[in-house]
Design a protein around this ligand. Structure first.
Ligand code: IMP
Length: 212
């Protein structure tokens, strides 16, 4: 395998881009975003995080000719049978169809308000963030590198905190006594679902490079 020194991240989510860039740049990997390379957003039509991540990575790699890393992530609430799940970014649209272009019209605040409404009167507040990362070295890579991470917490009763993005103002971490939106960027980058998935991905990459 050739040295992985350039990578396109197949995401337009500013929060995720900041977090992934902060973790990859210190490793000497030159990171491009798909927006920088003029790559359009891929559809995310699949019912699983894994299939959506692979679809995004393949698309970015096919268009750029570079290795591509995509993440698909979301929040899964135990009492809601795993919802919002793959629909996390567009939960408040009430839409179960596939039109990912409507993403940007839904705000984090609308999603949080809907989730708090749906959780009214529910005592079981358990939830977890899930992240899967898929790295393809080419669009037809038969052996993508896959890594997953989970971060467990609870859905709070009301929003608090200014940090992070998405559901962070309502994601309560009982062991820390804080919302994830009350963590610093560095603190979140140590323990989040994405950080865990990335740590696993980097471990796999390193052992592949050693065996090369
Ligand atoms: P994706 O862009 O399809 O992967 O959608 C991910 C969505 O899940 C985001 O728009 C957020 O709503 C939610 N999400 C994923 N990771 C996080 C996180 O670290 N904090 C808060 N919300 C997150």
């Amino acid at each position: 395998m050739t040295r992985l020194n350039k990578l396109v991240i197949a995401s337009n989510n500013q929060g995720k881009l900041r977090e992934l860039q902060a973790m990859l740049t210190p490793l000497g990997i030159e990171v491009f975003t798909q927006a920088q390379l003029g790559i359009s957003e891929a559809e995310e039509p699949h019912p699983t995080f894994l299939e959506n991540a692979l679809a995004k990575a393949r698309h970015a790699s096919a268009v750029s000719g570079l290795p591509a890393l995509a993440d698909d992530s979301g929040i899964c609430v135990a009492a809601l049978n795993g919802a919002p799940g793959v629909l996390s970014a567009r939960y408040a649209s009430g839409q179960h169809a596939v039109d990912t272009r409507s993403h940007s019209k839904i705000t984090d605040q609308q999603n949080n308000e809907k989730l708090l409404r749906d959780m009214q009167g529910i005592a079981d507040r358990r939830a977890h963030y899930y992240c899967v990362l898929a790295l393809v070295r080419s669009a037809n890579d038969p052996q993508p590198i896959i890594a997953e991470g989970e971060w467990h917490g609870e859905i709070a009763m009301q929003a608090r905190g200014e940090g992070g993005f998405g559901y962070d103002p309502i994601f309560w971490l009982p062991e820390l006594g804080k919302m994830s939106a009350e963590l610093t960027r560095d603190e979140k980058a140590q323990i989040s679902h994405r950080a865990l998935a990335l740590k696993i991905l980097l471990g796999r990459l390193n052992s592949m490079l050693k065996n090369d």
